[in-house]
Design a binder for this molecule. Sequence first.
Ligand SMILES: Nc1ncnc2c1ncn2[C@@H]1O[C@H](COP(=O)(O)OP(=O)(O)OP(=O)(O)O)[C@@H](O)[C@H]1O
Ligand SMILES: [Mg+2]
Length: 325
Amino acid sequence: MSILPFAGRASAPQTATRTAGTRAMSDDKYISIEGIARRYPAPGGKTSTVFEDMWLPMRRGEFVCMIGHSGCGKTTVLNILAGLEAPTEGVVIAAGEAIEGTSLDRAVIFQGHALLPWRTVLGNVAYAVSSRWRKASKAEVEDRARKAIRTVGLSGSEHKRPSELSGGMKQRVGIARALSIEPKILLMDEPFSALDALTRGTLQDEVRRICVETGQTVFMITHDVDEAIYLADRIVLMTNGPMAKVAEIVENPLPKDRDRTQLHHAPGYYALRNHLIDFLVTRSKTLRDAMPVGYDQRNPPVVRPTLSEADAAAIASTDPVGKRA
Ligand SMILES: Nc1ncnc2c1ncn2[C@@H]1O[C@H](COP(=O)(O)OP(=O)(O)OP(=O)(O)O)[C@@H](O)[C@H]1O
Ligand SMILES: [Mg+2]
């Protein structure tokens, strides 16, 4: 896992057609993806389009997960939100400002580690803190860094170097580093995918607790349906690429105070899980080939799978009358 919260560290975004500027902030559109496209030059002078005319609003304080098959453009969307890449067309507004590059307001946690190997845990986190609060005293920087380290359960390991840490511990440092700069928006690209199941569960619990406690706005990419069900308030389903589309935004009906180990007992869990898996298995492809009549990219459908939908599907698939019809 790595984090890139430092403005100016990444290469400048390429030129794009944008309507930059400040916007009155709405909590319902705290992040607003507005008609973005990403295209790359392809052999033979052609153009390959990852996606185009994508619209997606995200609310302040919500945890959004994006799910879709490999290559549909999830990381591309995250890179655009981070300001690491510019859309070929369209604009993204975050906290009332058009995104025009990286910002300390948006912390990114990637899958691979990018800790500074010669610095200790404390040194790695303090480095991020001091880039955020450049005039802070050494004591103040250390104080903030220690607080973030404590939040991810690494107190006592402050003076270890990355080579002395396990994979899970390194990822905790990455999370501490992201949180220490108090970003307005946290962007995560499959942050737990390389971990064993036990460590992954523990870190999911920690990230969820921290995000609920702090009201953090989060955009996270995952391939793990159960991870999305546990963490997300809403799950964005992407069709397969190329020319991927936001097929649906799925509202998570499970209670906010959900417990990871008891998820499967929560009413609505199986309906939601089946809905997501059905999407990945079949609808992500069929919808890419033909979206339903009335589909509007500007207002992707918002769905809330319910018990009755799952029951109806189960009944329909086994109903002998239905099969005869
Ligand atoms: N620099 C590039 N030049 C050309 N095509 C690119 C470039 N970067 C990404 N792509 C293409 O854009 C598409 C989307 O890539 P992206 O990394 O966003 O997918 P993803 O959904 O994150 O996939 P995964 O789940 O495997 O991480 C892919 O088809 C990829 O080949
Ligand atoms: Mg990716």
